[in-house]
Write a new protein. Structure first.
Lengths: 243, 181
């Protein structure tokens, strides 16, 4: 098919024919039945395509997108949080659910462990030190009536850290994450009772203040580093780095 | 620097809430293009939302020499095609029946005509499908399509003509033009 003919029909359908082209087009259509038929069908097709093109996106789409991307943070932080909260993993929801279920099971086991099995670690033997128990793979601080245990577990993309603080005193746990993506929602109390009060320190650390025995979980992404400082009466009694 | 590139720069600088400007500007064309490929409103909604989240996460890779829409369009097309491919691979035949185009003997209502048209658009070779989607469903001008695809405007017009002609030929085998015969 000649290019001139293509352009004429194209311009006619688009409604952009010049006067000269209009005359040429009329001549062509009058002369050729084949051209007439082609033009008629292409015109009908054009109408159908246009009639088919009036869909409008869902009105709450922008709200949903903005909710998903954490608009109150910097781009890097928001992207990290997106990943952390599994927004892009919706199609793998079952996998995430399985991981979370696993996390709850570990959490439940930890509560049981923290509340009912005081004799597993010998408090007196490791009094006042930060010790690593290779068999259990955890870090324990123990002194008098205060015992702190930290457990970590990695599953799929998630990195779960469970902290058990068995004390009658007020202990602060200051959490700093290297990517600064943690927020209150990533810290979940697993034990009953008054539990923890979550605040933020001036240097952007999350401060979990515990009054009495408590078990809580920090949920983050694999690869994120957490620095945990434990303080009593504003004095550091232990610290550990988790990654 | 174009307006979209300026907004992207502001987002990267920390004004993440500005992303709403881009979402609201492009959600309809992206949704329409995705809808044509995915076929259902529900799927199109999910894919469109994913497209905007993916785009947001890759904002730093955006090259402001090009139009923002050309970038998001590519992400949208790829996401929609991947989704359809995935659905076809993992879904049962009952859920996604293979629908033959109706023959000229059958009655053609608006819905059937739309379905025939959609099937034919999706059966076009990629280079033709792209110009149809961009012209009719994303609402782009010839100049914009030329920029997005990276070919001359004249070539866009010619390709669109060929795309319509191919569509016509596919649809002539169906009842699409039956009321016209």
């Amino acid at each position: 098919m000649k290019n001139d003919f293509k352009i004429l029909i194209q311009h006619k359908i688009d409604g952009t024919l010049s006067d000269l082209e209009e005359a040429q087009f009329t001549q062509l259509i009058e002369r050729s039945a084949k051209a007439r038929n082609l033009y008629r069908k292409l015109l009908l097709l054009d109408y159908s395509l246009k009639a088919n093109a009036d869909e409008i996106g869902p009105i709450d789409l922008s709200e949903e997108v903005m909710r998903s991307i954490q608009p109150n943070m910097s781009l890097d932080t928001a992207v990290q949080l997106n990943r952390l909260n599994g927004i892009l993993l919706r199609r793998n929801l079952l996998k995430v659910a399985a991981v979370l279920l696993f996390g709850f099971l570990v959490g439940g086991a930890t509560i049981y462990f923290a509340m009912n099995n005081e004799n597993v670690f010998n408090r007196q033997a490791i009094s006042g030190t930060l010790s690593i128990i290779p068999e259990a793979g955890n870090t324990v601080y123990s002194e008098k009536d205060t015992q702190i245990k930290v457990y970590s577990i990695t599953a799929a993309q998630l990195f779960l850290t469970v902290i058990s603080i068995d004390t009658e005193e007020m202990i602060e746990c200051r959490i700093a994450d290297d990517l600064k993506v943690l927020n209150n929602e990533n810290i979940v109390q697993l034990s009953d009772g008054d539990g923890i009060e979550i605040t933020h320190s001036e240097n952007q650390k999350i401060v979990c203040t515990c009054n009495g025995p408590v078990v809580f979980q920090i949920r983050t992404l694999k690869g994120n580093k957490l620095a945990l400082d434990f303080l009593r009466d504003k004095k550091e009694i232990a610290n550990t780095m988790i990654n | 620097m174009n307006e979209d590139a300026r907004v992207v720069k502001e987002i990267i600088a920390g004004s993440v809430h500005q992303y709403r400007v881009l979402v609201e500007k492009y959600q309809d064309p992206v949704f329409r293009v995705v809808l044509k490929i995915a076929g259902s409103h529900e799927d199109a909604r999910e894919i469109t939302q994913d497209v905007f989240v993916k785009t947001f996460e890759s904002l730093k890779q955006y090259n402001s020499d090009y139009k923002f829409f050309s970038w998001i369009y590519r992400i949208a097309i790829n996401s929609a095609l991947m989704y359809v491919k995935h659905q076809k691979r993992f879904s049962s035949i009952e859920k996604f029946p293979i629908v033959e185009l109706q023959t000229g003997e059958e009655c053609v209502n608006h819905e059937a005509r739309e379905r025939m048209l959609n099937l034919s658009i999706n059966a076009l070779p990629e280079k033709y499908r792209a110009v149809v989607l961009l012209k009719y469903f994303a609402g782009n001008s010839y100049t914009e399509i030329a920029e997005i695809i990276g070919i001359a405007e004249k070539k866009v017009k010619s390709r669109l003509f060929d795309a319509r002609k191919l569509l016509k030929e596919k649809l002539e085998k169906t009842a699409f033009f039956s009321s016209e015969e």
